[in-house]
Ligand binder design. Structure first.
Ligand code: MN
Length: 129
């Protein structure tokens, strides 16, 4: 899955850096956004292969941002994976109801995280074929 482009939407700089370092080491091209408006700005320039979405974002939440993205014809096929600190049953339903394709609990497991990302990318590629 190396060479695939992943947009990270995360307001916490440390979390963003950690995700970026882990995924770059696996050969992914990483784009970053710290809030909804910078995410839309990035999406105007590039359609990524996946979006990693923090739920707790300033101004517009990651769930609301996901809903907005999924309304757009040109990007609605891009898998969105929620990064959430609160993966309880009710949250899980809300995350999937908002249109997220999957979710990963924070804090992320440095070894498991890239494997999970690769699996989700592979799965979404198969779905699109
Ligand atoms: Mn956050």
């Amino acid at each position: 899955m190396a060479g695939k482009t992943i947009l990270i939407v995360e307001d916490n700089e440390r979390n963003r850096k950690l995700v970026k370092v882990i995924l770059r080491a696996k050969g992914y091209v990483i784009l970053e956004a710290e809030d909804a408006s910078s995410a839309f700005c990035e999406l105007e320039k590039t359609i990524p292969d996946m979006i990693l979405m923090d739920i707790g974002l300033p101004q517009m939440s990651g769930l609301e941002l996901t809903k907005q993205i999924k309304k757009r014809e040109e990007i609605k096929g891009v898998p969105i994976v929620a990064l959430t600190a609160h993966a309880m049953i009710g949250d899980r339903e809300g995350i999937l109801a908002a249109g997220c394709d999957d979710y990963i609990s924070k804090p992320i497991d440095i070894n498991e995280f890239p494997k999970t990302i690769a699996e989700i990318l592979e799965r979404s590629e198969k779905l699109r074929k």
